[in-house]
Structure formats: C-alpha cells, structure tokens
Design a protein around this ligand. Sequence first.
Ligand code: SF4
Ligand code: SF4
Length: 223
Amino acid sequence: MRGIQKRCRQCGRCCQAGGPALHLADLGLVRSGRITWGQLVTLRRGEPAHNPVSGRVQPVAVELVKLAGKGGSWQCSFLSPAGTCQIYSCRPEACRQLKCWDTREILALVEQDTLDRQAILASDSPLLPLIAEHQMLCPCDELAVLLDGTQAAGEAQRQRFARQAQADLDFRTRVIAETGLSLAEELFVFGRPFFQLLQQLGVGVATSPAGIVLHWPLPPNRS
Ligand code: SF4
Ligand code: SF4
C-alpha cells in the first residue's frame, strides 16, 4: 500500500502542467538575468486563464508574468528532457511553495504579491509608454464575454474585437521593427497576440489582403 505523500518526489508533473507566475520575491531572478525576458510570458489583466482556486477558466484579476512554456505547450521551459528543474537552487517562489499533496500554501499565493511588467522594467524604460499605448489599443477587458460562448458577443463587440486584433498586429509589427525585440521578448513585453486569445476562445481567425478576418461559429442547430 502506498504511504501518504509528505515530500516532493521531484517527478516533474507539476512542471509539465506549466511554469509558475512570478511573485515579488522573484524580482531578483529577473533583474539579475537568471531568468531572461525571453523566458517569460505576460498574461494581461482580463485574459481568461485557468484559476487554480476556483478550478475554472476566468479572467485574471491582476497582470501575471509567468515562466514561458515550450513546444507550443505550457510545460515549463526550465524542465530538462530528463525531467529535472534547470534552476532548482533558485527556482521561483511558487515552485518552492508547491506541495502537490497539500495545496493550501500554493493556493494562498494565487494572484497575490505578483510581479508585473511595471515592477520588472526600469521606471524610465522606453517600453513603458509603449505598453500603455498597446493597452489602449487592445485591452482584454471584454474577452470574458466569450467564456459564455462565441455567440455571447454582439455584432458591435465582434467588430471591436476584429479592430483590436488588427491594431495589435500592426502595433507589434511597427514596434518590433523600431525596438528589435525578439519574438520571445515580445511575449513578455506585450503578452500574447490578441488574435491568439480570440482563437483560444473559439473564434476563427484568417487573414485577407485587407487584414485579419474573424469567423464566428454558427449557433448550434436547435431544430
Ligand atoms: S510537487 Fe508533486 S507533482 Fe511537483 S515535482 Fe513534487 S511530487 Fe511531483
Ligand atoms: S522553474 Fe523548475 S520547479 Fe519551477 S515549474 Fe519550472 S522546472 Fe518546475
């Protein structure tokens, strides 16, 4: 009979599920370059994401900066092929607190004392005004409506989403040309592209000579 688990077996299963959001205690890891911008991804306030406390997908209440995934999954990019943590001795706060056999401490950390881009970037960083401009162009506040299904978005909202997806893409193209940010760094500085967020919520995305076109699934046949 298996005993009751009391310590970490370093099986890496939690790391496969995804890297953690960073907390204030982790600021030194980023400032020192131990974790680089290219190894981070920002979830902007309002982006739908799995909330471990509620167990549901819901808008994040505060901006989160997470360790990026790899290979198109959320699996932590610091997990080695052998299943070990490549930064174990200086792993982030949430990794230290995580005890899969007793989740009280880790759940108490969710969306508390989290790091955001403003805390990470220098106060005079030229990226801060660009982040504010980007936020004006395509905020995530309205995405929550799509959690009730794509049919929940009205026509005006659909048009707004299409405009925001295009504005996001145009903005990134311009700013990346101006700043030389890499694709990986862009995911930290501006978060995930707006069209990808729409796709994850069930909206079809295509391109045309005129720009991004959104396809809204037809309502289920009720006949
Ligand atoms: S906390 Fe649990 S899931 Fe994570 S590595 Fe340790 S034993 Fe595995
Ligand atoms: S930093 Fe290390 S311990 Fe934390 S999720 Fe990544 S691989 Fe796991």
